[in-house]
Design a protein around this ligand. Sequence first.
Ligand SMILES: [Zn+2]
Ligand SMILES: [Zn+2]
Ligand SMILES: [Zn+2]
Ligand SMILES: [Zn+2]
Length: 125
Amino acid sequence: MDVRCTDCNQNVEGRAIYAGSKVYHRGHFRCSTCQLAIRNFYYTCSEDGKPICYACKSVQHPVCKKCEKFVGETFIRAEGDPYHLDCFVCHGCAKPFPGGEYYRHNGAVFDIDCYWAQVAVEHCK
Ligand SMILES: [Zn+2]
Ligand SMILES: [Zn+2]
Ligand SMILES: [Zn+2]
Ligand SMILES: [Zn+2]
């Protein structure tokens, strides 16, 4: 059986990496963006089918801080952290923020109504 590495076009013996219909030497399976060998996770770019490593993928499509899944084309960035639109919601009432305005309290985010409700509760202890 003559199996050739997609990268260097040499015969692959022993352990190879199979990615879709392509075969690579271990170490020749490289990220199409940073050119580093991909060891654990990889993803395929939908456009050209080239492999991309986890690190590069998460730069292009950041991981939601809340649910830890990749965010799509539209996402919210709050204080540097990306969130799905549905994941960045008020800690009190679980609704999205009107106009993107939110208040931070004890590490959680609240809309204005819930924020004041929260603060009032704590002040009345
Ligand atoms: Zn190779
Ligand atoms: Zn990469
Ligand atoms: Zn999310
Ligand atoms: Zn709320």
